[in-house]
Write a protein that binds this ligand. Sequence first.
Ligand SMILES: [Zn+2]
Length: 281
Amino acid sequence: MKRIFILVLFICGCVSQTKKELSPEFEKWAAIKSPTLGEPASIGTYQAGCIDGAQSLPLEGPGFYVVNRQRLRYFGHPSMMAYLLDLGQKIKQKKYPMMAVEDISYPRGGPFLTGHNSHQIGLDVDISLTPLKSAPQDDANVPAPSYVRERKELLTNWGKEQAQLVELAAQSDLVNRIFVAPAIKKFFCSTQPTAPWLYKIRPWWGHDDHIHVRLNCPASSPECVNQPALDPAENNCGAQLDWWYSAEADAEAKKMADEPATVPKSFPVLPAKCENIKVQK
Ligand SMILES: [Zn+2]
């Protein structure tokens, strides 16, 4: 079972780390302020890659609002922009409150200095589970409460607005998978077990205040390494979900919580082309 855990860790690559003595390479990617002017292309894997010709998401538009703008993580592949603009339109049409868009990627992708290990090729986005009734006073300090107790149970603040957002976000064919806390997967397994999009909803550590949507590699990005598609015939409401409620998962959670924050986060090996993308004027 340990092997399974390591495998899923590799697949998601989205466990947050705040470790000391980071490689100076992290700072270089974080310091880039503009995308390249190349043809849009995602290069490499979700956990080790970059993006050529990224687009910027408008900071607000129908049905959405970008938060934490000072991080400059609102760049991505045009496929991501199309996905978010379309989702925003649907949210507006249904008269749901605005979605708060958190991190996508840096202007040229690459590893984040802080937070998740993925989001490197402009095809991952975090969307808050707390929708906005109106534009916030302070973009950098928008409340994002947890909706889940210790990954297993929904809190009483979970409601229709959260469920509607996940459901709508999962329906696009562009979506490869969506990471959520196990309690959220469990909720949909019991309320909508036959929903055609349920197979894309994947339990993961964290993700109790936001969802993480991963899009498929676009056909126009031949150097993008897709994560294998999930099987639509398997909703994974059985043994796979049960694991998250096992003693083994409890032990893994404890191990992660106890891990000392002294090991430097290692810098991934990026495709050679990313070096050129990093230094282009
Ligand atoms: Zn994420």
